[in-house]
Design a protein around this ligand. Structure first.
Ligand code: DP6
Length: 330
């Protein structure tokens, strides 16, 4: 009754921001999103259901899981137990191969790996599609990390109970690089789970939702045609639009630091003055993700490291989806 899974984080080109209530009061995303699954920024998780345990126990990066993370882990495990008809509690050990909760979504890789490991440890078989609702119980964006390459997550269509996730293109279709300019390793002040609930308080949300259909079409086309210039234009536009919604929520969410803006300006400068194809996007944190081509990644990374406030640049190529591995963490 033990299984180990590995999953990568993902970076959204069209961002998921805001949740509503769907059928049976389930939390559902307000908008469709598109992401690229990442290599390097990955999580390995081992789960074992052990009859002797008195409660679920979980360690993350060799320490006890913080209470909010443990609560989310239990939500996923409870659902797995219900489906599998199991009573035993589980031991979960998880290791992130990158900074946790610093604007680079460790929740995405963490809950994709947890859902796969827990389902298999409980003896559940079936395809990745069946894991989508499990991942979303832990973290919305985690459902995109089940698949490799480029992934679309859509809210449930009329009458459907759950949202849909599908791979647009696999990782071999187009190799891009996400250079993560790490400005801070601090935990986020407002976790995205809370931020999603505030989206509706922004007067700009309606405008964003109304314009998303067009952006989605452009982004899907750019990925299909491997057109970085077109992709870059739209992914920057959507990142700024999502942060405009965050900044105009009540209370306002301001995830940026001064160095965030410095990196944005450096990226524009690299494009305009040095002709380097690179584009920025930002999640719910201060770090800036810079999307570029493998051939230009070294030059772009060197320039980013020189920007005041950048502590480190993490290089994450396009990665594969979640998979099971033999080697366990305990
Ligand atoms: C800004 O998936 O981390 O990164 O569902 O509450 O865990 P929870 O939120 P999460 O939100 C990610 C938001 C984002 C944009 C994105 O990845 O699409």
């Amino acid at each position: 009754m033990k299984a180990t899974a590995n999953a990568g984080s993902n970076i959204a080109f069209v961002k998921y921001w805001g949740v509503g209530k769907g059928r049976s009061n389930r939390r559902v995303p307000l908008n469709p999103s598109v992401s690229m699954t990442l290599d390097v920024a990955r999580t390995t998780t081992t789960v074992a259901f052990l009859p002797g345990l008195k409660e679920d126990v979980c360690t993350i990066n060799n320490g006890p899981a913080p209470p909010d993370a443990l609560e989310r882990v239990r939500r996923v495990l409870d659902r797995v137990r219900r489906i599998a008809g199991l009573k035993a509690f589980a031991r979960t050990v998880s290791v992130n191969h990158f900074p946790t909760s610093a604007g680079i979504a460790s929740s995405a890789s963490g809950f994709a790996a947890l859902a796969l490991a827990a389902a298999r440890a409980a003896g559940l078989t079936g395809n990745l599609k069946g894991l989508v609702p499990l991942t979303i119980l832990g973290s919305g964006s985690a459902c995109r990390s089940l698949y490799g390459g480029y992934v679309l997550w859509s809210p449930p269509a009329g009458g459907q109970a759950s949202s849909r996730v599908r791979q647009l293109e696999d990782e071999d279709h187009w190799q891009l690089v996400d250079l993560v300019a790490i400005l801070s390793r601090e935990q986020k002040t407002v976790p995205s789970e809370q931020g999603h609930l505030l989206a509706r308080t922004s007067p700009l949300l309606e405008g964003r939702l109304a314009s998303l259909g067009r952006i989605l079409t452009k982004v899907k086309k750019a990925v299909r045609e491997r057109n970085l210039q077109a992709l870059g234009e739209w992914l920057e536009a959507d990142a700024l639009c999502m942060h405009a919604v965050m900044m105009t929520s009540q209370p306002a969410l301001l995830y940026w630091e001064p160095a965030t803006l410095a990196v944005i300006k450096a990226v524009r400068d690299l494009r305009e003055r040095r002709g380097l194809p690179c584009y920025f996007t930002i999640d719910a944190g201060p770090n800036v993700h810079v999307i570029t081509l493998p051939e230009q990644a070294n030059a772009v990374a060197r320039a980013l490291k020189k920007v005041a406030g950048v502590q480190e640049v993490l290089r994450c190529p396009t990665g594969r989806g979640a998979y099971l591995q033999e080697e366990a963490l305990f």
